[in-house]
Design a protein around this ligand. Structure first.
Ligand code: ZN
Length: 240
């Protein structure tokens, strides 16, 4: 059997597969990994992304935070790609229990996925830091400089997990539960280097761990199946 045939068999037989994905899933929708913004070639930012996208920087320099955020993290015209669509189909057909994602773009939900655990939050949820009023992503995009609450004038903050901030405990708990109960764990578009990816996959107890990636990861030795290539191209070969 080829690798893709094996994956097909596993997904056919699965009733509670979990997909764990990272930035590579969204790059095929034209959303670059903001971590790849290179200081040497990007003269318009004085700090590395990890500094700008941190809690203390947000409080200290919200104008600069939002300049980066709107330019490098807010892609409201992006559309779901073949990977997002196939995962939504697999869930609808009763094979996939959940998507656990490190992405913040909401493209899994846009493709129709229902159970999505967003470890790093979502650009589609934004709240006033004073009165908690909700604002959508277009409000943020259109705001001049720092978005302010129209009710109380408070600063509006994206519900995105910044560096120095803890992950949402309930989201983590649900992701752990889904992975611990998974019959197939499919991992794609992540080098597994970003916290908490590596820790999470240790909760998987089965022997059907499939990795889809363009390049080797430190977890290849743990995988039962490795598919090398673009995730959209690989998943589009799966029949649901
Ligand atoms: Zn407010």
């Amino acid at each position: 059997m080829t690798e893709i045939e094996t994956l097909q068999k596993w997904l056919d037989e699965s009733r509670r597969a979990v997909f764990f994905g990272g930035a590579g899933v969204s790059t095929e929708s034209g959303i670059p990994d903001f971590r790849s913004v290179d200081g040497l070639y990007n003269q318009s930012y004085a700090y590395p992304p990890e500094t700008i996208i941190s809690h203390s920087f947000f409080l200290k320099a919200p104008e600069e935070f939002y300049r980066f955020y709107k330019e490098k993290m807010l892609y409201l015209d992006a559309k779901p790609n073949a990977a997002h669509r196939k995962l939504a189909e697999l869930e609808a057909a009763g094979h996939l229990a959940a998507v656990v994602t490190q992405n913040i773009d909401g493209l899994h939900q846009a493709a129709g996925s229902k159970t999505v655990y967003e470890l790093h939050g979502s650009v589609h949820r934004n709240y006033c830091m004073k009165c908690r009023k909700f604002f959508d992503a277009p409000f943020i995009k259109q705001a001049e400089g720092v978005p302010r609450c129209d009710l109380c004038g408070g600063t509006v903050k994206p519900d995105v997990v910044l560096y120095e901030e803890p992950l949402d405990a309930l989201t983590m708990e649900r992701a752990v539960e889904a992975i611990a109960n998974a019959d197939v764990l499919l991992i794609g578009g992540t080098s597994l280097a970003v916290y908490p990816a590596a820790g999470l996959i240790n909760y998987y107890r089965g022997d059907r761990l499939a990795l889809i990636n363009k390049t080797p990861t430190p977890y290849d030795a743990r995988a039962n199946l490795i598919l090398t290539g673009r995730i959209g191209e690989i998943l589009s070969q799966i029949r649901v």
